[in-house]
Design a protein around this ligand. Structure first.
Ligand SMILES: *Cc1c(COP(=O)(O)O)cnc(C)c1O
Length: 228
């Protein structure tokens, strides 16, 4: 019974989120679960909707354009993948939050199209905390300058930072990266005099550690939907 499984997965992940939040002195409501539905079809998403989930994450604009119209309109969608500049115009009407602004040039493009459309998109800036060359995101060393320029863009509402930790066998290996993102956020918020309340970090294998280090958004796919 797949239905029962997805509902049970959701209940378990929610329980674990609540436990990790309490352990770190926060309440379950301080952490939002983004159910990452990439590669899973609308029927699978509907099963989680029936179990009470309303927030979903997608990493391809093309896939979301097909899937989202098949599902109830009260659902909320976050974009979590690498956003190509030529997809921004299609992405903006679908997603309430873009997690993955990974260059000044992309931020500029989002700002330009938002001005044309008369909207103020909510975004997070993706940081490559580990410095791995294969990862998207701003390097920590170039961060302050880039973020300063992004904050000057009039249409963007920059709400915080996002990172993807290197995939290791142990969740604990992600902890220094998550802690690094939180410390970077604290420093930038102070230096630039801005509030950056959102920290998007943690996936199926390490979301508990991420919550302990201050995550406000966790992006969980496999633990909800099964293997892709
Ligand atoms: C796919 C993806 C996730 C979810 O990964 P799981 O390991 O399946 O939980 C989270 N964040 C990003 C950016 C992703 O691309």
């Amino acid at each position: 019974m797949i239905e029962a499984d997805l509902a049970a997965n959701l209940e378990q992940v929610r329980d674990e989120i609540a436990a990790a939040a309490h352990k770190s002195g926060r309440s379950a409501g301080d952490v939002e679960l983004v159910a990452v539905s990439k590669t899973h079809d609308a029927d699978a998403v509907r099963k989680l909707v029936d179990a009470g989930q309303t927030l979903f994450g997608e990493s391809r604009v093309q896939e979301a354009k097909v899937k989202v119209p098949l599902l109830p309109s009260h659902l909320r969608w976050h974009f979590i993948g690498h956003l190509q500049k030529n997809k921004v115009r299609h992405a903006l009407p679908i997603f309430e939050l873009l997690h993955s602004i990974d260059s000044f040039e992309l931020a500029e493009q989002v700002d330009r199209i938002a001005a044309e459309e008369g909207i103020f998109p909510r975004v997070l800036v993706e940081i490559n905390v580990s410095g791995e060359g294969s990862k998207h995101g701003l390097k920590v060393t170039e961060m302050t300058k880039s973020l300063e320029r992004i904050l000057e863009l009039p249409r963007l509402s920059v709400e915080g930072l996002m990172t993807i930790a290197p995939l290791g066998p142990e969740a604990e290996e992600s902890r220094p990266h998550f802690r690094g993102l939180r410390e970077l956020r604290d420093r930038l918020a102070q230096e630039l005099g801005v509030k950056l309340p959102q920290l998007s970090m943690g996936m199926s294998n390490d979301f508990l550690v991420a919550i302990e280090e201050g995550a406000t958004l966790v992006r969980v796919g496999t633990k909800l939907f099964g293997a892709r």
